[in-house]
Design a protein around this ligand. Structure first.
Ligand code: ATP
Ligand code: MG
Length: 569
């Protein structure tokens, strides 16, 4: 392609609305333009990158036996009512009516549609396993669309679904996609990590998120500094602290006044203790009971973990009136001493501590030197807090650390979640009707593109990994008015095309300064500069965008050098 013909509106200045490097560079390098909040157009260069990513995804999915389909974006409400998600998905789904007042949703995901398709066609175990995927636009009315295409309201997803006869087969299917995803992200030039994720309300047994490691990430990754344990924040387990050899001795329980001091910081400051000496007593309601949770003052409760522990589908902070009635206590001054009829779950970190400050269940009063066992009971010690840096790893002796990531992929073993509610069954060899065991697997294609830029750029612009670069080589013709330079550039351009090298020729009537700036900005990995040196010494300068390494080669060696650089890992 000749750059003079290419629709490539680059920007010199940083766009004000863009916070993230990737968002800024995608706008500046002419990859995308915004239409409305969270809605973007992809310009030729942007679209070429998308097609490269899609090519890699298709190869790897087909390699593990997946067939491509294309499912409708417009989906009838009735289907979503069958799975119970019309209500559950709520405002995140774009909903609309047709001229006959029938209600539809624009698909934010496709479990319902694919389960409907499969339940109509699959009859017997002979039709299984079945592996399908699609690459398609999804719609989600995100609460906070932001960071360009990272969190859009219209975005491209690759979604795949597996249908198996048995749970064991479904585990193999899950592992196959897991492995394929590792291949895909590695081929896209990414540093990433698969982390254990919570299955939450979806149920099912296993889930991993694929996180691109980047400070710009909205997700928090907890990982071990020694072993390969890694999980997202909701899921991250914490190992048990070693029993400290020498415990403090128990001091006498003392009731103290804490006038109007309600927060941990206020009470700790007032009583001259550190926040880790306080115990917070928090009350939560499930569909059928009230529980009290005891957490150290400097730590936070992890609701996802508590919910998993309790196995409930509703979990919310208890109403003040309920706390007063059932626990007979006062919010802000509640504590475990004297509490009856409420299950008390203490975080593991309290197990070995002594002499805590706790609320006294009386206005403006706390107890000092409260001790578990002596002054109050605890029903169970559990891991219910949010992991922080330095906490013990749940799998080995080492400590956990906290990092940030961008979720680019998510794999889920769904088990019977949709097949049961939507009656997707098959007749097994023994003639019995059974639920199909499903898995679902997503990759955010457009988010992946932005993530690649987050990890592959410098202050001057993008540095595309060659696997996803819109072109492999850029020929920078310094002065198009110079006949010798021009001839050399066009000759090389034709030679490279003949060799099936993807080449872009900057044949614009622009200043050399602008051409070099744009070259750095759009980030084509291999560059051939044709300028004065070609005229004076008969050499081309071939260089790499990433390392700035330069090679001076004779004209007739240029194609060979480019091909050599192109095949480097
Ligand atoms: P997030 O937690 O970031 O909102 P999600 O868990 O809701 O994402 P999934 O339903 O797992 O997303 O969708 C599969 C993949 O689609 C995600 O891993 C992510 O890469 C991508 N994705 C999800 N929402 C968006 C969005 N609003 N814009 C761009 N990509 C998205
Ligand atoms: Mg997800």
């Amino acid at each position: 392609m000749r750059m003079s013909q290419l629709f490539l509106p680059t920007l010199f200045e940083d766009p004000k609305e863009a916070e993230l490097v990737s968002h800024r560079l995608m706008l500046r390098a002419g990859l995308i333009r915004r239409l409305a909040s969270g809605i973007y157009s992809y310009l030729p260069l942007g679209n070429m990158v998308l097609q490269k990513i899609i090519g890699i995804v298709k190869e790897e999915m087909e390699h593990i036996g997946y067939q491509e389909v294309l499912l409708p974006a417009l989906q009838p409400k009735e289907l979503w009512e069958e799975s119970g998600r019309w209500e559950e998905y709520g405002e995140d789904m774009f909903k609309l009516r047709d001229r006959r007042e029938r209600e539809f949703g624009l698909g934010p995901t496709h479990e319902e549609v694919i389960t409907d398709l499969v339940r109509r066609e699959v009859r017997s175990y002979r039709d299984l396993p079945l592996f399908l995927y699609q690459i398609q636009t999804k719609f989600r009315d995100e609460m906070r669309p932001r960071f360009g295409v990272m969190r859009g309201r219209e975005f491209i997803m690759k979604d795949a679904y597996s249908f198996d006869c048995t749970s064991q087969d479904a585990d193999i299917s899950y592992q196959n996609v897991y492995n394929a995803y590792c291949q895909i992200f590695a081929r896209c030039g990414l540093r990433f990590r698969a982390v254990e994720a919570d299955t939450g309300l979806i149920g099912g047994s296993r889930s991993h998120e694929f996180m691109v490691l980047a400070d710009a990430g909205e997700d928090i990754i907890v990982s071990c500094t020694a072993c390969n344990y890694a999980a997202n924040l909701q899921k991250a387990e914490i190992g048990e602290e070693k029993d400290r050899a020498e415990k403090e001795k128990m001091d006498d329980l003392t009731l103290v006044e804490t006038p109007n001091m309600k927060t941990v910081e206020e009470v700790a400051h007032f009583l001259h203790v550190t926040p880790n000496k306080l115990i917070k007593t928090l009350f939560y309601e499930t569909e059928d009971r009230l529980v009290g949770c005891l957490i150290r003052g400097d730590q936070q409760l992890n609701l996802a973990k508590l919910q998993r522990l309790l196995g409930c589908s509703i979990l919310r902070m208890a109403d003040e009136s309920i706390i007063r009635r059932v626990a007979n206590t006062i919010p802000g001054f509640s504590g475990p001493i004297g509490l009856q009829d409420v299950q008390l779950i203490a975080d593991n970190s309290l197990r070995n501590g002594r002499n805590f400050v706790v609320g006294a269940n009386k206005p403006n009063m706390h107890y000092m030197n409260a001790n578990i066992g002596r002054d109050f009971r605890v029903d169970t010690f559990q891991d219910i807090r949010i992991a922080t840096s330095g906490d013990p790893c749940p799998r080995c002796e080492a400590k956990l650390k906290i990092g940030k990531g961008i979720e680019v992929g998510h794999v889920f073993k769904l088990d019977k979640k949709y097949s049961r509610s939507m009656k997707a069954t098959f007749l097994d060899e023994d003639g019995k009707e059974k639920d199909i065991i499903m898995g679902c697997y997503g990759i955010g294609i457009t988010r992946l593109m932005a993530s690649i830029i987050e990890q592959n750029s410098d202050e001057l612009g993008i540095i595309w990994p060659i696997s996803v670069s819109p072109y492999e080589v850029l020929i920078l013709l310094v002065n198009i008015q110079d006949k010798i330079q021009k001839e050399g550039a066009f000759e090389l351009y034709e030679d490279l095309k003949k060799e099936k090298v993807e080449v872009l020729l900057d044949d614009r009537e622009e200043s050399p300064g602008k051409k070099f700036k744009d070259a750095d900005l759009i980030g084509i990995p291999i560059r051939v500069v044709i300028g004065k040196r070609m005229k004076e010494e008969g050499v081309f300068e071939v260089s790499l965008r990433r390392t700035r390494e330069r090679f001076l080669v004779k004209k007739e060696e240029a194609v060979g050098k480019v091909k050599e650089l192109k095949s480097l890992p």
